[in-house]
Design a protein around this ligand. Sequence first.
Ligand code: UGA
Length: 441
Amino acid sequence: MKITVVGTGYVGLVTGACLAEMGNHVVCLDLDARKIEILNNGGIPIHEPGLLEVVQRNAKGGRLEFTTDVDAAVAHGTVQFIAVGTPPDEDGSADLKYVLAAARAIGERMTDYKVIVDKSTVPVGTADKVHAAVAEALAARGETMEFSVVSNPEFLKEGAAVEDFMRPDRIIVGAEDERAILLMRSIYAPFVRNRDRLLVMDLRSAEFTKYAANAMLATRISFMNELSRLAERVGADIEWVRQGIGSDPRIGTHFLYPGAGYGGSCFPKDVKALVRSGAEVGLNLGVLEAVEAANERQKQVLVEKVVARFGADLSGRRFAMWGLAFKPGTDDMREAPSRVIVADLIARGAEVVAYDPVAMEEAQRVMPGQAGLRYAASAPETLPGADALLIVTEWKEFRSPDFDAIRAQLKQPLVFDGRNLFEPIDMAQLGIEYHAIGRPA
Ligand code: UGA
């Protein structure tokens, strides 16, 4: 099938590449010439395991093309996926200007039937706005033409994006006419051998499902983070509690890991947007408000522990920091807890020497010229002379570190672990003072 994907961000690029992998002929459009140039030179503008290979293979096979040419892109696909950004407005609601601009661009140029698919995370009711934008653009040309609007939210996780797209738990298709439903079924048939994994529903429910899923996951994390604080104070170990409750199939084991707070481009934005949607119709979504507030608090938890140990004034102190990305497997720094932690430590007079396997360049971009922050070329090189080590992102390479080096090179053997990588008892045996999340010190 001929498919166009508008937007080559995380979702757009993965969607385009994986659809090409199944034999479709995909054209990816982006107005950012820099991104298209990188892609046309055989690279990818983001860090995502496995994606480069899929992109290169399909580009070479002639099934995947990249362009800044809007006319050509609109002319190409019978199905047009819109996968552009929906950044939060000042009030937290999703800004639809890029989505609607894409819709208009399609309406201004289409010459035959198109299915226009919202892949971006968009609030309930956006499909109607997309429909109106396309219809208006057609009317402005004095045209009437058949087209369908479909909602097809994406559930991939950064760091596991290709795997998630190729083997989805479910595919949600919000569509209200048979022609579009048939086309969407045929696009996704190769991805869902189990047909019941493709759920076709009305447009608004599909749009809502995306927010509901992210809000539910964020809620679980904030809930566990709050319980971890209680566990510390009453002398329980949240890691036992996590396993104890997760073995109940009604609860399940996923997304129960307490930590230094959730970040990324999705949970913070989507929780805020849902709260905002509630407010717009006069509903106070108190649970979700609390989820967000708990997360803001949780981003401070490591610094609180540092302050409890060293006092509020950290001038003259230096901290080694392992991990900057909001989670492993990505260079994404959006809403990363590390940013709050770095800013807070530096505001208290400390110096930070940080290392991240892939996110340091991105960190420099989002925290430009941050005085008091230095980067090291490896995890061990952050250690010499530091007062303590802070672990902020659970990269695999941090899981079996050289504990002798940690002991020998820090001023004192002291680790604050925001991701619970180690067992307190092992650390005690190693002679390392260990402060984790929700675990006995
Ligand atoms: C999330 C969802 O998991 C995807 O299903 C969704 O498609 C995506 O948002 C999106 O809306 O685009 P992502 O933001 O890539 O994916 O990353 P997650 O793996 O969900 O992690 C989000 C944050 O939660 C990270 O900061 C992570 O450290 C934190 N987290 C996750 C925890 O603190 N504890 C957990 O148990 C799990």
